[in-house]
Design a protein around this ligand. Structure first.
Ligand SMILES: [Zn+2]
Length: 588
């Protein structure tokens, strides 16, 4: 069609009125840098902004993915609309009246939107007024949803019929072909007959950010499969790009600077009714990078609250990867008792939910605890395996301070008591390594087999060991071991000349230490001799020197200037010499 004179005038009028910076800023935060504006690109996933808006030229361009154009192009890409629709949106925004022809030009999109409106009315009427809607009404009553929520979200019902919606909408003059492309009818290939897609289902209209209904979700009421069914992909509906309820919660999300992400319609509605603000729900399907970009328009902070079952946990993990990749700050809420959010808030109340929400752990804590659950923490191999699952996430953290803060969390969750392992964990985290060098990780059961505990046993049981080794044992030889506190008390007692398990135990303040000592006393072992005690001392010292060597190595890797490197290298050589001497000479 050749554009008429009035079309061109109209287009120019809109073009002259708009400001691309203002339009783009309505979708994503922009920062002024020099004469241009910069932000995170909405068309590809990135962490550092390469998306630029040039207000002078009225153009945008992304140096990351190469997307660029004018304000119309931006809207077409962002809102996924055609040119006439982008023009219409902008005209409406700037209060420019539409010329007759544009106004009447009914794109496919407009037609499909009308069909969805008509379908909502039909489903709603079935739910509220028909005898067939009784099952739906009872289902909602059972779930405790009130009439206000039902109305706000236009919930409806599809009766157990093959042609309920079909005959109603054909009767209103909608062509069958359009009902098919709206995804509301299905076609039997053999016979060519069409029939209703949604039957015996509670209907949840799905709206885009402008509040337009673009698809439906249906939950089976009564027997049947699948439990949840959505509209298929249509020119209007792309389920990987839409979040349920966001049209009504976007403001709250922006205000709270946080979104609570749930998995389905009922979770969303129950929590929303309970007054929990800032929710968004995936349509019972996976969370996608498009979802992340959509949320990023309103916040960069998310609490993920998916179902506690294994499918929900897998979905949580996938969503974490996507959210972190897009630079979100993420926490994970897991409700106790294996309850999904809908059931939890109905049974335990919104107050309790809010409390748990407040204290939801960071994604790293969630991942660590989750990984720890699936392995045997008593086995060293299991510990390493589980830690190696979490380390890649720690390595992603840009800030060294933030990374080192995770060491405490990880050593707690994985019950790391061994000094060498802790050191290895620290160095892996500092160097942003994604796995641990193979080290012997010892659990509580192994604690008493280490050289420090073994030496302590000999020290208590063997007077000659106390005489020979007591004076030469320094605090640094025993530092970092599980029996360090017991050692200090034992050394004092040795000076006083009295030594027995009973006396030692009575001087220990910490019940955990008393317990450790008791286990040490009852532990069978080879007959104590001085030679073994000396060997223990050697191993302790070697371990300490090896740790210092590792620290030096780390410093060397990050050392900047030549003088510092020289000094570190000299220290390293001294240390190697010391280790060598230790290995070749008897301990004393
Ligand atoms: Zn880009």
């Amino acid at each position: 069609m050749v554009p008429s004179r009035s079309d061109e005038d109209f287009l120019e009028k809109v073009r002259a009125s708009l400001d691309i910076r203002e339009i783009v800023a309505g979708y994503l935060p922009l920062k002024k840098v020099g004469g241009r504006y910069r932000g995170l690109c909405p068309f590809h996933t990135e962490k550092t902004p390469s998306f630029h808006v040039d207000a002078g030229k009225q153009l945008f361009y992304c140096f990351g993915c190469g997307t660029g154009g004018d304000a119309f192009k931006f809207l077409m890409l962002y809102e996924k609309v055609d040119f006439p629709e982008a023009l219409r949106l902008l005209a409406r925004r700037y209060g420019i009246p539409l010329p007759q022809r544009v106004h009447h030009a009914s794109s496919e999109r407009q037609a499909l939107l009308k069909i969805h409106q008509a379908a909502i009315a039909y489903f709603r009427k079935t739910l509220l007024e028909s005898s067939e809607g009784k099952a739906g009404r009872e289902y909602l009553k059972g779930r405790g949803l009130n009439a206000e929520i039902e109305a706000a979200f236009s919930l409806g019902f599809a009766a157990a019929r093959w042609d309920g919606l079909k005959s109603a909408l054909l009767g209103q003059g909608f062509p069958e072909a359009q009902l098919l492309s709206a995804g509301l009818l299905l076609k039997k290939e053999e016979t060519g007959r069409t029939f209703d897609r949604f039957r015996s289902r509670l209907i949840f209209p799905i709206r885009n950010l402008s509040g337009e209904c673009v698809g439906f979700g249906g939950r089976m009421v009564g027997e049947g499969e699948p439990k949840y069914l959505n509209s298929p992909e249509t020119p209007l509906f792309h389920k990987g790009e839409i979040l349920y309820g966001l049209d009504l919660t976007a403001d709250a999300i922006r205000k709270n600077d946080c979104a609570i992400l749930v998995e389905g319609y009922m979770d969303f509605l129950s929590l929303h009714q309970a007054g929990v603000g800032g929710l968004a729900a995936t349509l019972g399907t996976g969370f996608t990078p498009s979802h992340a970009r959509l949320l990023a328009r309103f916040t960069r902070r998310v609490v993920v609250n998916f179902d506690p079952d294994s499918a929900g946990q897998a979905a949580t993990r996938r969503s974490l990867d996507i959210l972190l990749e897009s630079g979100f700050e993420v926490r994970v809420l897991q409700l106790p008792g294996g309850k999904d959010p809908d059931r939890f808030v109905r049974e335990e109340g919104s107050q309790r939910y809010r409390e748990l929400l407040e204290s939801a752990p960071t994604y790293l804590e969630y991942l660590a605890r989750e990984s720890a659950q699936h392995v045997d923490l008593a086995s060293p191999a299991g510990k390493i395996q589980a830690l190696n699952l979490v380390l890649p996430y720690v390595a992603r953290l840009e800030s060294a301070v933030e990374r080192s803060e995770q060491v405490k969390l990880l050593s707690e969750v994985f019950r790391i008591q061994d000094g060498i392992v802790l050191q290895e964990l620290k160095s892996a985290v500092a160097a942003r390594r994604t796995n641990l060098r193979s080290v012997s990780i010892s659990g509580p059961a192994d604690t008493l087999r280490g050289p420090a505990a073994r030496l302590l046993k000999l020290f208590i049981e063997l007077p000659e060991a106390r005489q020979a080794l007591g004076p030469s044992l320094g605090d640094e030889d025993l530092a970092g071991s599980d029996v360090e506190r017991i050692w200090r008390v034992a050394k004092d007692m040795a000076v006083e000349g009295e030594m027995s398990y009973g006396r030692l135990g009575s001087r220990l303040a910490d019940p955990a230490d008393q317990d450790l000592l008791l286990r040490l006393a009852s532990m069978p072992g080879p007959v104590a001799n001085l030679c073994e005690a000396e060997e223990c001392v050697r191993r302790l010292r070697e371990g300490r020197l090896a740790r210092r060597l590792q620290e030096l190595q780390q410093k060397l890797e990050s050392a900047a200037d030549g003088a510092a490197v020289d000094d570190l290298l000299r220290q390293k050589m001294d240390l190697r010499r010391e280790i060598h001497a230790l290995r070749s000479a008897p301990a004393s």
